[in-house]
Design a protein around this ligand. Structure first.
Ligand code: IVH
Length: 692
């Protein structure tokens, strides 16, 4: 080949062949494997380019061109079903501006021979659901077969799976045609999709083989519908909207309009979208397109556009079809919810709970109606499974108010050999160790108290009633203190002075005094409350109490080995490791030392091994109001004596301690024959336990 001085690009014939090959490949990925590599918008672009070449050079058209047929292959394992009435597609108006509706109306009027003085045409405006088309066959009102669209002529039998869809009636009562095919869209709601992917990510983290997350709700729905095992379909919640019909025999009362058909389907129990609107003329269609476009994000499911249909069935008949598309309907699109862009960098963000999330920084791209520059990669496992690397061309999805995400990579577009993504071993915000626990998907920063990203959360946790209890230190105040930079770590709280507090917005003298008094009061606490307040992952109130009882002293807890921690009641390997990691962070130890230096203190006691545990193995339930003790105090005393305090009465309960106004728990205890005692008897048990 001679070098080209004037590079004219490939010839139309070469380009058409190339496009055909690409479209074949992508149609197979999409229809047969349910695993597309490129967004629909990209597929449409390639498809249109081929259509244009073929229109300009009809001699290049081939019988096997993807433009000559719609749809994909039939999987061998599902039985083929021939549609008595073919399942058509509709012409798509890709113009996302209002003019799409205007152009459609003008075409319809021209075809019908209507002039300017003729009245507007009645249309039915519907949503264009982004799922997969389904034909449901009812004989004598009973669902006998469900089939996918397939290539429009022949679909696949998926009755076993469709029966799992609660929204689809298994039988219709009333005057129903002897044969009735209801057509509509099977789809997955966005919340169901997010929950499904969350479950999948957990399975992958737990080491399940062969599991994957799904690219988008439509894909998840398509995959679910085409399962051979309907048990799998059932775990993937699907929904349905009816919008059309196929073969109908023995209809005694055929409707005259699209609208009447939908109302009838609705009356028979099929879901019909409430947004469906009768529109007179182009202006009403334009208004519908705009109204739905503005509400699109709030819908619980994906739509990729709206559909306009001539309402009168008589006019529909008159208009007829061009090849396989009706002249009486058009789909009018919205901006695509998936697009291609490139990854500029992969950052790691730290959330309020310490969760580390890899985030792809993207070349700005317009997706689902907004410009997106960041997309989540969820966690390290996902980022590595999708193998996203800096410089890659990726598919980005943004739908509804869900955070944009990178759904897949186009490996063939990768340049060079950029390194795979790895999670940093240290928190990018505070430098503490970042760890992923076994069986968990997420990495977490272990610098809880010290990490800037977790500051507010850590302070609120420490200040709560069941921890060290700083009265009046709530959401709003913590927000102000942290945002103004006055409080960076927990000990800063105890260094607050009146001037600093009064400088805050809307802080009166009296409230500032109250906050200082509450801080002073909180300094006298217990080891258990203090340990709980530190916010060590997996250390809840009960574990904190167990630790305090077992070790008696903070330094003993801080220096305990995993083995020593495992000796504590109810502490397993995950909890032990978490405590160990927490106290291995120099920052966390520093915060603890500073809190002590600020005057936070408690009575340290002898380790539990030497303290008596008179009520070990006994279960108590507390109910009503006691004469001298608060509920919490009673609970603390019982637990210190080794008892368990449960929330409800069962046969395993040893004692119910009842105060005044004891309610249903007392009744239940009496019914089960559980011993009922009062506060005094409880105190006596703690000091002079009975045998047995
Ligand atoms: S009517 C003859 N109405 O879009 C008209 N289709 O290309 C038959 N779709 O495969 C289709 N929402 O999966 C119709 N309200 C709606 C629709 C809708 C989504 C899908 C359907 C079909 C494709 C048409």
């Amino acid at each position: 080949m001679t070098p080209d001085l004037f590079d004219a690009g490939p010839s139309p014939a070469d380009r058409a062949a190339e496009l055909r090959a690409q479209l074949h490949h992508h149609a197979y990925r999409y229809y047969t494997l349910d695993e597309p590599e490129i967004p629909d918008a990209e597929y449409d672009r390639l498809f249109r380019e081929l259509q244009e070449i073929e229109a300009a050079h009809p001699e290049l058209q081939t019988p096997d061109s993807p433009t000559q047929r719609v749809g994909g292959a039939v999987l061998k394992a599902l039985a083929p079903v021939r549609h008595m009435v073919p399942m058509l597609s509709i012409r798509t108006e890709t113009d996302t501006e209002a003019s799409g509706a205007v152009a459609f109306d003008a075409r319809v009027r021209r075809e019908l021979g209507l002039g300017d003085s003729d009245p507007p045409v009645d249309y039915l405006a519907e949503l264009k659901f982004d799922g997969l088309a389904m034909s449901l066959r009812y004989e004598q009102g009973v669902l006998v077969r469900a089939a996918t669209r397939g290539d429009g002529e022949t679909g696949e039998e998926v009755t076993h799976n469709v029966r799992t869809i609660g929204q689809i009636p298994l039988r219709i009562d009333g005057a129903v045609p002897a044969v009735l095919e209801v057509r509509g869209e099977v789809y997955m709601r966005r919340d169901d999709f997010e929950a499904l992917n969350e479950r999948q990510r957990a399975r992958i983290a737990a080491g399940a083989k062969g599991e994957k997350t799904f690219v988008n709700p439509r894909n998840a729905a398509a995959g679910a519908v085409r399962q051979l095992d309907s048990g799998i379909t059932r775990e993937r919640p699907l929904s349905f909207f009816a919008y059309s019909w196929g073969e109908v025999l023995g209809d005694e009362n055929p409707p005259a309009t699209q609208f009447d058909w939908l109302m009838r389907l609705k009356a028979w129990g099929f879901p019909v979208a409430e947004q469906t609107t009768l529109c007179q003329g182009a202006d009403a269609l334009v208004a519908f397109h705009q109204r739905i476009g503005a509400a699109r994000d709030q819908l619980p499911y994906d739509i990729d556009g709206v559909v306009y249909k001539v309402n009168s069935l008589a006019l529909q008949k008159q208009l007829g079809f061009v090849t396989r598309e009706p002249r009486w309907a058009v789909a009018h699109k919205y901006p695509a919810q998936e697009q291609l862009t490139t990854v500029l960098a992969i950052d790691v963000q730290v959330g309020r709970t310490g969760k580390l999330t890899p985030v792809a920084k993207l070349a700005p791209v317009f997706v689902g109606g907004v410009t997106v520059t960041n997309a989540t990669l969820h966690n390290e496992l996902e980022a590595r499974r999708k193998d996203v690397r800096v410089g890659d061309t990726v598919v980005v999805r943004r739908a509804g108010d869900v955070i944009p995400e990178v759904v897949s990579v186009l490996p063939e577009k990768r340049l060079g050999d950029p390194p795979p993504f790895t999670m940093p071993s240290q928190c990018p915000v505070c430098g503490s160790a970042a760890v992923r626990e076994e069986g968990e998907a997420d990495h977490r920063c272990t610098g809880g108290l010290f990490c800037g990203a977790q500051r507010k959360q850590a302070i609120l946790h420490f200040a709560q009633r069941r921890a060290v209890e700083i009265e009046g230190l709530g959401d709003k105040l913590v927000e102000q203190l942290v945002d103004s930079g006055v409080v960076k770590t927990l000990p800063d709280l105890y260094r607050l002075g009146l001037t600093a507090l009064l400088a805050l917005d809307r802080m009166a003298d009296k409230s500032a005094q109250n906050v200082l008094a509450a801080l002073e009061k909180s300094k006298q606490t217990t080891l258990a409350r203090f340990l709980f307040g530190l916010g060590i992952r997996h250390v809840g109130e009960a574990t904190a109490k167990d630790l305090a009882r077992h070790f008696g002293q903070l330094d003993a807890v801080m220096d305990a080995s995993v083995e020593q921690l495992l000796e504590v009641n109810d502490v397993g390997p995950v909890v032990a490791q978490s405590i160990r990691t927490f106290f291995e962070q120099p920052h966390n130890r520093e915060v603890v030392e500073q809190l002590r230096a600020c005057g936070v203190h408690w009575d340290e006691s002898e380790p539990e091994a030497r303290a008596p545990k008179p009520l070990a193995g006994k279960t108590f339930v507390l109910t009503g109001t006691f004469p001298t003790l608060s509920r919490d105090q009673a609970k603390d005393l019982l637990e210190a004596a080794g008892a368990k305090v449960a929330g409800s009465v069962s046969k395993k309960t040893d004692y119910v301690v009842a105060g005044t106004e004891a309610g249903s728990k007392l009744e239940k205890a009496q019914a089960l024959g559980v011993a009922v005692i009062d506060e005094a008897a409880m105190l006596a048990l703690i000091t002079h336990p009975l045998d047995g």
